[in-house]
Design a protein around this ligand. Structure first.
Ligand SMILES: Cc1cc2nc3c(=O)[nH]c(=O)nc-3n(C[C@H](O)[C@H](O)[C@H](O)COP(=O)(O)OP(=O)(O)OC[C@H]3O[C@@H](n4cnc5c(N)ncnc54)[C@H](O)[C@@H]3O)c2cc1C
Length: 571
């Protein structure tokens, strides 16, 4: 523990009321005596003195603490922007969601009134959550509520950069997909100038990520950004084979990892961008069993990520797989950065990539108003601005409704003459009764325009050729997707569209070919043309393209992984 230089009296900003209400029992429920006893068995009591720093924003490892006596200020931001988030008093549990998702601390804990705390090592706390299920659920619910409160306050790291700059867009997308608490501020904003002045940056040569506590990065790679927020894991051990390597951390890959690790298999999970996949970009998933009011994609992803870490999955993000070969009886998964992982079995769960609109210049506006996920598009929209959503499937319907719900006039552009064949009835009904959504059937996008960023979308009624120019600063393109399997083409059998063929769809004759004949079996239901390599979720030929089936296939694949491993000799 270290002392701070400035006392509270030298911090006028602390005179303001805390940002969160400490008496709000939903955010700061007092621990019961029984819960404190549970934690006492794992921690040690420490005396605290006024002005002492218990943990600091940016710390990679820090203890979970219960305030026993006195009080602690939880502080966010830095420099002139420093604010007191909350005051923690006896019975309050000081822990962040970051601790469970492997990120660095986002706040500083500064002792206000001396007393004592119970400090519990974070690894012991994580183990306890997995063991004491009702306490684990109590903590998780509290952390999700706190996370929502922090999101509303737009706290967290800051990305300063021009809205016209591609690297700024890249970093914003990385932050959105990884559910990092963050705020993006345009470089023209006076607040941005003030913050940059505080860290001594006069001229912007690229986007700057302000991490808090005076730490910052200038135009980092996604890998460096991940390192700085604590998303990177231990260096790879190149000669140590995993029982299972899972490529892709959407619902399918997360599910496979959780089932495998829970069943005792050593498991690594790679994702090129972020855990959660497409599902994490969905505003609300309403057809996932057990959530009658729906669940946000981000929360579902967060929960699955915590579950994967709880069971000891070795999570590697951001890491992109670029090659798959066999060597000495092992599968070798090559990574973009030159590393490789050895595996006794592999699950491929790379989902799909969105199709681009066949419209001139649309690429110029990618990230500058044109997006393939509603969460990304949302950031482009000023209050009350208009949006165009293209597509006739459920994802397009959900996107249109959520933008309309947030006060944006929304045009839903659909090539077909109706939505009956492609969109769920409950979505069609809500769209029909929402005056903020205008459905343009039999229409296609013909042109996009704007001065640097998207401002106009020209649509055409296909039967008549009549054109209409829509003023819109966001265009959400949800017109289907392609599998990211080009790197597998010579290794596995794919269908005509590039999706991975598995099980019976490979044809009965495959069982007579090598190496299957030697194994004396045909491929299992979700097994590819190579024994021990499985494909699940949206990337699999014939998949249903939904969250629940993707997660279900994860569980199914692990059963077959087990059967495969039981039949091949252990090396
Ligand atoms: C906006 C939106 C709303 C949706 N709403 C719903 C809904 O309400 N209900 C529903 O059931 N379904 C919904 N879906 C569909 C659902 O999200 C998908 O069917 C599901 O996410 C598929 O899961 P997956 O794991 O197969 O793939 P994905 O979720 O696509 O995940 C694949 C992951 O693999 C990673 N990856 C790709 N290539 C590589 C590589 N080479 N190396 C490493 N990683 C790689 C990607 O970064 C990605 O994170 C929605 C989809 C969208 C886009």
């Amino acid at each position: 523990m270290t002392d701070v230089a400035a006392s509270r009296s030298e911090r006028p900003e602390m005179a303001r009321a805390p940002l969160l209400d400490d008496d709000d029992a939903a955010l700061f429920p007092k621990l019961t005596d029984a819960q404190v006893q549970l934690l006492r068995a794992l921690g040690e009591v420490r005396a605290t003195r006024s002005g002492e720093v218990l943990f600091r924003a940016g710390d990679a490892t820090y203890d979970v603490m219960v305030v026993l006596e006195g009080s602690v200020s939880v502080i966010v931001g830095s420099g002139s922007d420093e604010r007191e988030l909350a005051v923690q008093r006896p019975g309050d549990l000081m822990v962040e969601l970051n601790l469970l998702t492997g990120q660095v601390s986002g706040a500083t804990g500064l002792v206000r009134e001396p007393g004592s705390v119970l400090a519990i090592p974070s690894s012991d706390f994580r183990t306890l959550l997995g063991r004491e299920l009702s306490f684990g659920d109590f903590v998780l619910q509290m952390l999700f509520r706190r996370r929502q409160a922090l999101e509303r306050l737009q706290l967290g790291l800051r990305i300063v950069g021009s809205r016209f700059d591609r690297d700024t867009q890249r970093l914003r997308e990385f932050a959105v997909r990884n559910r990092l608490l963050h705020e993006w501020v345009d470089s023209d904003d006076p607040r941005a100038r003030a913050w940059l002045g505080e860290i001594g940056v006069d001229e912007l040569s690229g986007p700057v990520v302000l991490l808090g506590g005076g730490r910052f990065l200038t135009n980092p790679t996604s890998g460096d950004f991940a390192d700085a927020v604590g998303l990177h894991s231990e260096p790879l051990a190149p000669d140590k084979p995993y029982d299972l390597v899972v490529v892709g951390g959407g619902p399918a890959g997360l599910s496979a990892s959780v089932y495998a690790a829970a069943g005792g298999l050593s498991t690594a999970l790679l994702d090129a961008v972020a855990l959660g996949g497409q599902a994490a970009t969905s505003g609300r998933i309403e057809n996932y069993l057990g959530f009658p009011a729906g669940i946000s994609g981000a929360e579902l992803a967060e929960r699955a990520q915590i579950q994967a870490r709880k069971f000891g999955v070795d999570v590697r993000v951001p890491r992109r797989a670029v090659g798959l070969q066999e060597r000495n009886g092992f599968h070798v998964v090559a990574l973009e950065d030159g590393d490789a992982l050895l595996a006794r079995s592999v699950v491929l769960a790379m989902g799909v990539h969105y199709r681009r609109l066949p419209v001139p210049d649309v690429g110029r506006y990618e990230g500058l108003g044109v997006a393939h996920a509603v969460d990304v598009a949302r950031q482009e929209l000023a209050a009350g601005g208009s949006a165009v959503v293209v597509g006739g499937a459920n994802s397009a319907g959900q996107a249109a409704l959520s933008l309309a719900h947030e006060g944006h006039r929304t045009f839903l552009v659909v090539r077909a003459s109706g939505l009956e064949a492609s969109m769920a009835r409950y979505l069609r009904e809500r769209i029909a009764s929402d005056p903020a959504v205008e459905v343009l059937l039999d229409h296609e996008v013909r042109a996009v325009g704007g001065d640097g960023r998207l401002a106009r979308v020209t649509v055409e009624e296909t039967a008549t050729g009549a054109r209409r120019v829509l003023d819109a600063s966001a265009l959400v393109v949800l017109i289907g997707a392609e599998p990211p399997t080009a790197w597998l083409g010579s290794e596995l059998v794919l269908d005509d569209h590039g999706f991975v063929l598995t099980g019976p769809s490979l044809g009965a004759a495959i069982a007579q070919s090598e190496p299957w004949r030697a194994l004396g079996r045909a491929p299992f239901l979700v097994e590819t043309s190579r024994p021990g390599v499985f494909a699940i979720g949206d990337v699999r030929s014939g998949s249903t393209r939904m969250v629940a089936p993707a997660a279900g296939e994860g569980g199914m694949a692990v059963r077959f992984v087990g059967e495969h491993l039981a039949r091949v000799p252990t090396r």
